[in-house]
Design a protein. Structure first.
Length: 313
């Protein structure tokens, strides 16, 4: 039985990871300050004697033991990471330094949840890991993008300087149950709007693209990465099927049988025009590729939101 820390374990992806790693017979400690995560995402796990929740902010140090650390603590929705951008930067940088310190002291393996945002508004398409990105360091998304870039740097420096077993994944847009209805990201926004017969808000003209990965596929890739020896990454994890935001809106309207109308709002600044992962490295090194198509994943996510969390928000 491994002792595993999951920072951000009460959040969307973290809660799925907690569940899966407990099912696999591990002891799981969830560290979360509940900024965007909720107890309801993990409350059912409290029945398991091998699950523990510690209310903790990763910008402060903590002295506990672990064999593995999945470092996910950080707000991920633009609305949430821009709410207090200085705190977002502190979470990425100080939070990663603290968890790296813990990993160094306990000789734990540590995996960082980085992001496709390290590629910024990419000039290379699809994005390969070798691409260094096109990132604005002074814009409204910079607290998140540059914070994650610095976190990647720290991971690599601890790996080189202290021989830490470090692993970096770059997650592309992921969706599924346990997203907050007021999360502000596009999939949850469109589903909640369609379900509540509110206007569907497309930012810009909707021609910008994203590639959406269902959370179960992502969690498989994350665990494979942790269990693959002698591979630090960074590695892209995402679904390479690319859609315009307008196509996503039309799919959600069709699947929810909603009569909501589409309205257009201004595009936020630095919003990437295109995004699609090249997942050749994940295929070769992890034997991983996503299996769940967008329509199938959307149906499961719509069922989740319609079962309660998305009603009348
Ligand atoms: P989320 O907002 O649902 O989860 C983040 C969790 O971290 C929440 O439970 C929150 O309360 C916690 N947290 C935030 N700041 C903290 C702090 N200072 N101390 C302790 N806990 C803190 O977001 P998510 O979508 O589950 O994303 C999880 C991770 O994956 C993030 O690091 C994010 O950058 C990364 N990621 C996610 C996506 C995606 O599409 N979902 C894409 C790229 C990267
Ligand atoms: N978006 C939109 N309407 C919304 C929310 C988002 O058109 O209600 C757009 C957003 O401008 C971006 C894309 O959808 O182009 C994905 O946004 P999200 O916040 O989900 O993630 P991002 O990939 O931008 O971090």
């Amino acid at each position: 039985m491994k002792k595993i820390i999951i920072t951000g374990g009460a959040g969307f992806i973290g809660s799925h990871l907690c569940r899966r790693l407990l099912q696999e017979g591990n002891e799981v400690i969830c560290l979360d300050n509940f900024f965007t995560g909720t107890k309801s995402n993990i409350i059912d796990l409290m029945k398991n004697d091998y699950f523990e929740i510690i209310r903790h902010d990763v910008v402060n140090d903590i002295f506990i033991e672990a064999d593995e650390i999945y470092h996910f603590a950080c707000p991920a929705s633009p609305v949430h990471y821009q709410y207090n951008p200085i705190k977002t930067m502190k979470t990425s940088i100080l939070g990663t330094i603290n968890m790296l310190g813990l990993a160094k002291r306990t000789r734990a393996k540590m995996l960082l949840a980085s992001t496709s945002e390290v590629y910024g508004d990419p000039l290379v398409h699809p994005q390969k890991e070798e691409y260094w990105g096109n990132v604005n360091c002074t814009g409204i998304r910079s607290c998140y993008d540059e914070g994650k870039r610095a976190a990647e740097t720290l991971m690599m420096d601890y790996h080189r300087q202290h021989k830490l077993d470090a692993k970096i994944i770059r997650i592309f847009n992921t969706y599924g149950p346990n997203m907050r209805p007021d999360d502000g990201r596009v999939v949850s926004n469109f589903i909640v709007q369609a379900t509540n017969k509110k206007d569907i808000t497309i930012y810009g003209d909707g021609s910008q693209t994203r590639s959406f990965c269902y959370v179960d596929d992502l969690v498989d890739g994350i665990i494979r990465m942790m269990n693959t020896e002698n591979f630090t990454g960074p590695v892209n994890l995402g679904n390479p099927d690319e859609f315009t935001i307008r196509e996503l809106a039309e799919k959600v309207l069709l699947l929810t049988k909603s009569s909501s109308k589409i309205i257009y709002e201004p595009l936020p600044s630095d919003d990437p025009k295109k995004r699609k992962p090249d997942i050749s490295l994940a295929k070769t090194r992890l034997g991983w590729e996503p299996e769940i198509k967008l329509s199938e994943g959307l149906k499961k996510t719509i069922a989740y939101f319609q079962s309660g969390p998305g009603k009348a928000v």
